[in-house]
Design a protein around this ligand. Sequence first.
Ligand code: C2E
Ligand code: CA
Ligand code: CA
Length: 640
Amino acid sequence: MRVFQFDLCSFLILTLVIISLFLRKLYNGKMHRMFLAFVLLIYANTIADIFSSAPLPLSESTLENVREISTFCYFILHASIMPLYTIFIGTAAGTWTGYMTKNKANRFIFCLPYVINLGFVLSNPWTHWIFRIEDGTYKRGELILVTYLAAAFYILHTIYYLVRYRGALDKRRIMAFLSIYPYSLCALVIQYLNSRYLVEMFAYTVAILTLLMFIIRPEETMNSAVGAKTSMAFTADIQRIYLSGRDNNVQIIKLNSDGSLIKLYGINKHDRIIRELVSRIHAAIKNGGGRVSDYNVYYLNYGLLAVIIGKKNASEQRAQELYEALSSKIRTDNIDISVECALCDLNIPDDMATAEDLLDFIDTFEKSNVGAGVFVYSKLTRQEKIQMNFDIDRYIRKAIKNKSFSMYYQPIYCVKENRFVTAEALIRLSDDEVGFISPAVFIPAAEKSGAIYEIGDFVINSVFSFVGKAEQYGVKYIEINISAMQCMNDSFAQDILDKLSEYGVSEKSVNFELTESASAIIDDVLSKTVSKLHNVGIEFSIDDYGTGYSNLHRLMSEPIKLIKIDRSLICELSNEKTRAVLADTIRMIKSIGMEIVAEGVETAETADWLIEKGCDYIQGFYYAKPMPESEYIEFLKNSV
Ligand code: C2E
Ligand code: CA
Ligand code: CA
């Protein structure tokens, strides 16, 4: 009697595995489908093995037939195990299609042992080379070695493949994939020494459990809340694409209003919105014509989605359709939500040489201030790329290295003294390739990348070494823009104090501008920095007043001397309502004892109106544009 109980255990375990794979919908995606196919193959093989060996209540002649047929099926199925396993590893590595289609010889070599093995098995009813059933029991045939040799070939082939495409899989995965071989080897040795023990299928079952633990980890690859693949899966897939050298198209989708969506609707509803967008992406791709199966949708980060699609199915039109599908209103709980998005369409590896370049690019794209629309990467000009913040980090690094920053000064007119008692220091970046880059573009990027600290140091050093000279021409102080990020740095206040004494500058000679949005940040270090500097006598202004949400009540609790009204309000003075609001704002600010600077003043009329309403300082092109140090000194000389 053969010991078939191991097969029964396998049968039970595999039944559960198959049910769980279906319940967890683990049949989407090529790798999961291959795994499912492998599990089903082992399952069928186990059933055949049970029928070929278990005691069955049948008449002797029927039993003989059942044994014959099920053993035959067993060997047919068995011939596919190792080749299928190699294909499974290849799809998990993402390099299989490339490997098979690139070279005809590869295909031939891969198929040959399988075909030979199968040929022997199929001829068995006549030749009995592989097995025979004698008196109801199984006996090995003379050429059974062929099946072992075929299996050995596929094991060696897999090892060769893994070495060739090392880098496509991490160590953990490689170990898990290879673990099947020692298991099955043990089983073969046991079965060889004592053919009564049917343990081979059990060994494969253990291998399947190992794969389930280490390879099939949906939580790593699927974000079930939104129904898209994770950013981890994206990085892995991108690396594989570059490794296999296949042409693909990547679409990066940035939801410009994502921050507000989360704030307004909360994280759960936000997830539902993303889920809806993901299903729209699927629908748009499927409606776009052609049978498209080789694509994946990823949720990379809040507000960032990606689609990878085979090059032959990608087109600018498809990108446009995708964009339109995402931009139409979403209805949830009877509210229509509009999602504004920017879609960037890239061909890899044509547009980005390496996986790292692509991932870096996605980072900058995420941080960029691009508006809504479709951007085809290969069609963007260099200036456009800069405008959109693409590549901006590279230009910032270059400017820091080549010291291509400079400081400009924009004189500010003091109404009471009827002269230019101060100026705002504004940084300029002139790049030798692309020319002038606006601080409105590179400062926000530098804040995100951390380069703001070095830039801030440059600003402080330049202004501190210049302010003494300006004072000789009656300038009282210089306004310096400080980013909230700088203030959030613990050592910032002390650095400033050190620099004041290093350059011999009085704390009265500078004034720091913090934007309204920065002042709204509730941060311990930031407020400590502000009060520490204020305590030694440095005054602060609130910049861009009227663009954020701060109220005067909150500002009153801060050590602030000046409020700068934003240009966007000033340039709308022709509007009667704006005028009324502005007049009230000026009155309120004055009533709590703060001084007012109006910025962006371009005409005499505006200046007159603001002066009449009680503004203390006026800044704008009407008086002067920002200018380099030497010009500013000339300006001061001429204006006394
Ligand atoms: P901001 O602090 O609001 O600076 C005023 C901006 O308005 C400057 O732009 C200035 O050139 C411009 N401006 C002044 N008067 C007029 C006018 O009459 N009409 C018009 N159309 N524009 C006028 P700029 O120099 O491009 O700076 C943009 C922003 O970049 C600044 O806005 C500030 O937030 C930031 N920034 C500039 N320099 C520095 C710096 O040294 N450090 C930091 N952290 N930020 C800076
Ligand atoms: Ca400013
Ligand atoms: Ca401003």
